[in-house]
Write a protein that binds this ligand. Structure first.
Ligand code: UT7
Length: 395
């Protein structure tokens, strides 16, 4: 039977412990801390340890969201993972996450909408629940972008970082709450503005594609910037309009964290002050499909979201995709404390007859080893969400 509403009941995030600063990047490419901070707002980003994969990051964030929802892993009926950096082309990362979190009964699949992945996956979860098909859906945005970056390309390697954010969406027999309005768009005119050329059927991997560096993310920054500022504002407005709200009524926007200047321009376009925009791009960089999920969990846990608040998720990304959701918050923010009991590690079963080569980009490893004096240990298990290196609020 269809429920009265589909509500967010759990949330969680995970960011790898190791920090890559702008000063570290100055050693790799012709850039400066000043340029990166003033053009993007990014001060640092996280880098996954060699033993971590997108599925392990996703599983930790997912386990935290399940604990916050007051559920057991087997209560989850469907697992959706938004990612553009899966562990493998197949099986899906969601299938690996299912086993890693100890779920035996859920269906699981990935949602590929680049940086809009979390919002698209959330909209998918909402639809399945409202249709009465499932009662609890785990939605995760997870990325391990540092393994898909050319650390000699200053246009891209300074922007991205690793992490995962998750929510549990549950059927409720109470009316109201949850998603009140939604908008999703895809504009293939921008198909080659952010892309990763090789590895697919058009250009299977070969020594030649690797020689050409076609296994790395490529981006036309300016065109993407122009699209982002326009579409974030229009998508958010559409979702707000469908909810029957006025932009001024929204308590907090949780925008995709790509660039502080993009977020400022969206605030300006909507005629809203920056304190209505949640910002953490300074500490994580652009974590693509993970960014809205990480930002939401951090916003709730830091007291920025209260019961009954009107919040808006809005994202854009390769494709060009864009998505926004206007959401009435119904969960007690104090439930976030339940995530503290979750061990922040996860392991994904490896095949018995196969071992991967060292997954870390050589240039990145060299700069981290030089800075820290030791190689990144393979058992670099994070004993709890690390404190951010600094907490300055961006001007
Ligand atoms: O999730 C979606 C993913 N992508 C995005 O959201 C990215 C959207 N785009 C952006 O955020 C911005 O376009 C960038 C941050 C990528 C670039 O900022 P910009 O203000 O658009 O810079 P630009 O591309 O116009 O470059 C200005 C100058 C150029 O030098 P010249 O030609 O003026 O001499 C670039 O070569 O800055 C140079 N430049 C750099 N300098 C130092 C480009 N990258 C760097 C760098 N360090 N890392």
């Amino acid at each position: 039977m269809a429920p009265m509403s589909a509500r967010i009941t759990g949330w969680g995030r995970y960011a790898p412990e190791r920090v890559l600063t702008n000063a570290d990047l100055e050693k790799l490419v012709d850039t400066s801390d000043e340029w990166i901070r003033s053009r993007t707002g990014i001060r640092e980003r996280r880098v996954a340890a060699p033993h971590e994969t997108t599925a392990t990051l996703a599983a930790v964030a997912g386990k935290r969201a399940i604990a916050v929802a007051g559920l057991e892993p087997d209560d989850v009926d469907l697992i959706l993972v938004g990612t553009l950096t899966p562990d493998y082309w197949m099986p899906s990362t969601a299938a690996l996450v299912k086993e890693a979190i100890g779920n035996t009964r859920a269906a699981a699949f990935d949602v590929m909408a680049a940086c809009s992945g979390f919002v698209y996956a959330y909209a998918t979860a909402d639809a399945f629940i409202r249709a009465g098909t499932y009662r609890n859906v785990l939605v995760i945005g997870a990325e391990l972008l540092t393994r898909f970056l050319d650390f000699s390309d200053r246009n891209t390697c300074i922007l991205f970082g690793d992490g995962a954010g998750a929510v549990v969406v549950s059927a409720s027999d109470e009316e109201g709450g949850g998603m009140a309005g939604m908008e999703m768009t895809t504009d293939p005119d921008g198909a080659y503005m952010i892309w990763l050329p090789s590895g697919g059927s058009k250009s299977p991997p070969s020594s030649e594609t690797i020689r050409r560096g076609e296994h790395y993310v490529r981006m036309e920054g300016k065109e993407t910037y122009r699209y982002a500022t326009k579409t974030l504002a229009t998508s958010a407005l559409k979702a707000i309009e469908r909810a029957g709200w006025d932009p001024g009524e929204v308590d907090l926007f949780i925008p995709h964290q790509a660039n502080i200047r993009i977020i400022e321009s969206v605030a300006k376009g909507l005629g809203l002050p920056m304190d209505k925009m949640f910002v953490n791009v300074d500490r994580y960089g652009n974590t693509s499909a993970a960014s809205v999920g990480i930002a939401l969990a951090e916003a709730v846990d830091s007291g920025r979201v209260q019961l009954g608040d009107k919040i808006v998720f809005v994202a854009f990304g390769a494709g060009f995709t864009s998505g926004a959701a206007a959401v009435t918050w119904t969960a007690d923010p104090l439930h976030g404390k339940r995530a503290d009991s979750v061990v922040p590690t996860a392991s994904v079963r490896a095949p018995v007859d196969w071992d991967s080569v060292d997954p870390m980009p050589a240039r990145l490893m060299a700069v981290l080893a030089e800075r820290d004096g030791v190689q990144v240990p393979l058992d670099d298990v994070v004993p709890g969400e690390p404190e951010p290196a600094h907490r300055e609020v961006l001007a």
